[in-house]
Design a protein. Structure first.
Length: 447
């Protein structure tokens, strides 16, 4: 295999999210989030797990960042907990919450780790949900104030901002399905409106960074786009995959990159199309500096009858991780960024999440031999390198996740981390994959 060297200024990082690692769900004035409420409902989360204490990162963050530094990690994608800063979503900010993240940023600075801050990673204040949540335009107004507050508070040190994480998950899967908090099953008109409100919130995040972020601040979105992989690398299948990618992602990426809803999307919505006010698309379409892509898997697409894209069903024994949604498809890390660049003209792309979850990863003699994760990462990163050599402007990669954590409805059973967490003792043990990834960072190539 040729030496797979990455560009000299390529960003290597890790990622985590506040509700999954912090714990301290009611400490120092933090308000209840929709995930706190959701987890308290019987049957929602595997084994009845809750977000307390998670990884106890609220107390142990200094230790965690020191471990990051020892592993050579210099970029960390984290999120801020909206209900820790605004316990009821709006009203007066919580000084203790603001001060906590000042301490976090101080520690990152001491360890020479650059923060990439996600404004919202699913943990909507429950008080806002009680008033309609993402169904209500008032939530957009509350987010605007929250975004202004955090950028003004931390903008002197944070120069890389991500507005929202995975809009589809906290809209379609939360209000049109029961797998994400608040776990409602509502109709498509409501779901489409929640997506529109999320897009407006994204616009306010961009606006806040432009107004208060200071010199050199950059901002983008983290999107879990639907990724198409052509069955064969022939013109027909590639064109079909590109067309499928455009259609599947137009409801979110067209407003951001083209300042409108696509005609095909509106036609499919019919009477369920979202309500749009004058000026909405001017806000939603504010120019961003990069596109973040959370990519784990994808769909195989070929040119079907009459030249239309055809998505193929996977056979029941197709290889996957212990997550039933995470089928192994390394080429997704080539074609996802490539089509984002070709279809939407994204000029700077970061892989803001990529990784894999497994259930049984015991510590044996102070080691975790997660060779399955090492194999997953190496194969996926090889395809990302392929995209870069093809001219796709991928500027960095954030591995999900730095450490095992509360994996939403899977609770603490599913482990995505490159660092093992013993939830009883809060002991951290870097896995084989952590040492492998450390070598990749140090040498800036696949090893």
């Amino acid at each position: 295999m040729p030496d797979l060297k990455f560009p000299s200024k390529f960003i290597w990082g890790v990622a985590a999210a506040a509700p999954q690692i912090e714990g301290a769900v009611a400490r120092d004035g933090k308000g209840e989030s929709v995930w706190d409420r959701f987890a308290a409902q019987p049957g929602r989360i595997n084994h009845g797990d809750t977000l307390e204490p998670a990884c106890d990162h609220y107390r142990l963050f200094r230790r965690d960042f020191a471990l990051m530094r020892r592993l050579g990690i210099r970029h960390y994608r984290l999120s801020l907990a909206w209900p820790r800063i605004f316990p009821t979503g709006d009203g007066a900010p919580n000084r203790k919450g603001l001060d906590f993240y000042h301490r976090v940023l101080d520690s990152l600075e001491r360890n020479e780790i650059t923060p990439w801050v996600t404004m919202f990673h699913w943990d909507l204040p429950q008080a806002l949900e009680d008033r309609g949540g993402w169904r209500a335009r008032a939530t957009v107004d509350a987010f605007a104030r929250y975004a202004d507050t955090i950028v003004q508070a931390y903008g002197d040190r944070v120069k890389r901002w991500i507005t929202l994480n995975e809009i589809t998950c906290f809209t379609s899967m939360a209000y049109g399905g029961r797998s994400k908090a608040p776990g409602l099953q509502l109709g498509p008109k409501v779901v489409n409106q929640t997506k529109h409100h999320a897009l407006l919130a994204h616009g306010h995040g961009v606006r806040a960074v432009r107004e208060f972020g200071g010199r050199g601040a950059q901002v983008g979105l983290a999107d879990n786009c639907s990724v198409a992989v052509p069955v064969t690398e022939t013109p027909g299948d590639i064109a079909a995959a590109r067309a499928w990618f455009a259609t599947e992602n137009e409801s979110l990426l067209d407003p951001i990159y083209r300042g409108r809803y696509a005609a095909g999307f509106l036609r499919r919505c019919g009477a369920t199309r979202p309500r749009v006010r004058p000026g909405d698309f001017k806000l939603i379409g504010l120019p961003t500096d990069f596109l973040g892509l959370n990519i784990y898997s994808g769909a195989f697409i070929r040119r079907g009858n009459r030249g239309r894209p055809e998505a193929l069903r996977l056979p029941k024994n197709y290889p996957r991780t212990d997550s039933d949604w995470l089928n192994l498809l390394p080429q997704a890390l080539h074609w996802g960024p490539r089509f984002a660049h070709e279809v939407y003209g994204a000029k700077a792309i970061y892989i803001t999440e990529n990784g894999c979850g497994y259930d049984d990863e015991p510590v044996v003699r102070a080691e975790v031999h997660d060779l399955h994760r090492r194999d997953y990462l190496r194969n996926y990163l090889g395809e990302l390198h392929h995209a870069i050599t093809d001219g796709v402007p991928v500027k960095g990669y954030f591995l999900w996740s730095f450490m095992d954590n509360f994996e939403w409805t899977d609770g603490y059973t599913r482990r995505f981390g490159i660092v093992h967490v013993d939830y009883r003792t809060q002991r951290r043990t870097p896995k084989l994959s952590a040492h492998w990834y450390s070598s990749v960072i140090r040498e800036n190539r696949l090893v």
